[in-house]
Design a protein around this ligand. Structure first.
Ligand code: SF4
Length: 469
């Protein structure tokens, strides 16, 4: 075993021990006493203004606690991220319509384009021919992304670089990932890897934590039945070069997850694909139950198999601690310090508490496409589906509280869109039947994030308070 492998083993085992044996049992300090006190006080609050006062008053204690474990900019960033989660949780429980909190997860398309044409996607032949979706080409510029990070980066815990576009088609994506890491955010993306220009070293060096590679077959004819225009040989060559680059640079990130959508036409190739993934050096192999795409191509039908995850090597964990802050010298200390100086109760917003079902997306994540359109979730806008909630403008108002966002939250809060909304102008949420509980960056990602930061300080009970809502 090499020295590096021994170090990995220690950090991986350390995370496991910290989660199984609370630090308090070993005489260590955890964040739980402070977080549980805050949680209790927030439950008694009647209104977001009061909740903001509670959080502002615990800010310096929380910051002091973190300063014992982290350098100053990281301690400030973590304070902001934790306070934002607590406030978001308060708003969610109260079913508020105007939020003082920010989205803790960002979903961003570096490119709106894709060269594949998978059934069910905005890029499928049928979707394009019939112009079913309101989806235009575009590439995300660095300035727009920097502005998005300046506003949301200090309080967000993660960014997922993919919605409907192929992120690798933007040759600047590694730079965007690195920018997100300077705000201490977890980073992940999803790709077909069926791309001709792929700089494997740039992705390893970007600080990317996690890469999903979507490969639904082990032979070209079966693979391309769904991944239309995809080239399996190119995919496997790119995986090989990524694994080689990780080895060469001595990194265990990005963790590579081979995701296999199980359809009737490809289910027999799962064992072969699993062996291929293992031989290529992939870290995880996942069999995933796909959405029904029968509306696009009735021949493509989901298979009746159970989803599962196979860990291919024991040294990989999804968010390795050594990658939580991979560029300490480049942390956006000034922007974080400016955000830290602003009290939560200095922001506008807040409504009297409500109750009843609501959609988690509207409180937790925010989606931006490569053209800067703000979408509330991963649904694709259509001419008959109002899903463009704002347009991101660096100097403009907070898009997370745009009129459409407020209308959507009000719809769930009172069971109807506000009377002032003209017929036909309602957000799509008023007729949505999608999964409204599973967001891209949610409870599991919050747990992984804080475990990677410090699995001893953020013990199991602390993680429960931060993640379970
Ligand atoms: S209600 Fe539906 S359309 Fe609206 S944000 Fe939630 S999942 Fe998206």
């Amino acid at each position: 075993m090499t020295n590096r492998e021994v170090a990995w083993m220690r950090s991986t085992l350390g995370v496991l021990v910290d989660q199984l044996v609370p630090a308090s049992v070993l005489g260590g300090r955890t964040a739980f006493p402070l977080l549980s006190g805050v949680d209790r006080d927030l439950r008694d609050c009647r209104g977001a203004g009061a909740a903001a006062v509670v959080l502002d008053s615990c800010k310096s204690d929380l910051h002091d606690l973190l300063l014992h474990r982290f350098p100053p900019p990281a301690a400030q960033a973590l304070t902001l991220k934790i306070l934002n989660l607590c406030l978001g949780k308060y708003h969610f429980r109260a079913r508020d319509t105007v939020l003082l909190s920010r989205p803790f997860g960002l979903v961003v398309d570096p490119s709106n384009m894709c060269e594949l044409a998978c059934p069910g996607c905005v890029h499928s032949d049928r979707a394009e021919e019939l112009k079913l979706f309101d989806w235009n080409k575009g590439t995300l510029g660095e300035d727009r992304f920097k502005a998005l990070l300046r506003r949301y980066g200090p309080s967000a815990i993660g960014v997922y670089f993919c919605n409907y576009g192929e992120p690798l088609l933007n040759l600047n994506t590694p730079k965007l990932i690195r920018l997100a890491k300077t705000y201490l955010m977890a980073t992940a993306l999803s790709t077909s890897l069926s791309v001709r220009r792929f700089d494997a070293e740039a992705y390893v060096e970007s600080g990317l934590d996690f890469m999903v590679v979507s490969v639904d077959g082990a032979t070209q004819p079966v693979y391309e039945t769904f991944r239309r225009n995809g080239n399996l040989e190119l995919v496997t060559a790119n995986i090989r070069s990524l694994v080689d680059a990780k080895r060469r640079l001595g990194r265990r990130t990005p963790v590579i997850s081979w995701n296999f959508l199980a359809f009737e036409h490809n289910v027999h190739e799962i064992p072969l694909a699993e062996r291929l993934a293992r031989s290529l050096g992939v870290n995880l192999f996942r069999v995933v139950n796909p959405f029904d795409v029968g509306w696009d191509d009735p021949k493509i039908r989901p298979a009746a198999v159970k989803s599962y995850v196979r860990r291919m090597d024991w040294t990989s964990i999804s968010n390795p601690p050594e990658n939580w802050n991979p560029f300490p010298e480049s942390v956006e200390a000034d922007t974080i310090a400016s955000a830290f100086a602003v009290p939560l109760n200095g922001r506008d917003g807040g409504t009297a508490p409500g109750s009843g079902h609501t959609c988690h997306w509207l409180y937790k994540n925010m989606v931006m496409d490569a053209q800067g359109r703000i979408l509330p979730c991963c649904g694709a806008p259509r001419p008959d589906a109002n899903l463009v909630f704002a347009r991101f403008d660096a100097a403009g108002d907070d898009p997370f509280n745009s009129e459409k966002y407020r209308q959507a939250r009000t719809f769930f809060r009172q069971g109807a869109a506000p009377a002032s909304v003209p017929a036909g102008g309602e957000p799509y949420c008023t007729q949505c039947e999608w999964d409204q509980e599973t967001v891209n960056i949610g409870g599991p990602e919050i747990r992984r994030y804080f475990r990677a930061a410090d699995s001893s300080l953020f013990d199991r009970r602390s993680l429960g308070l931060l993640a379970d809502w």
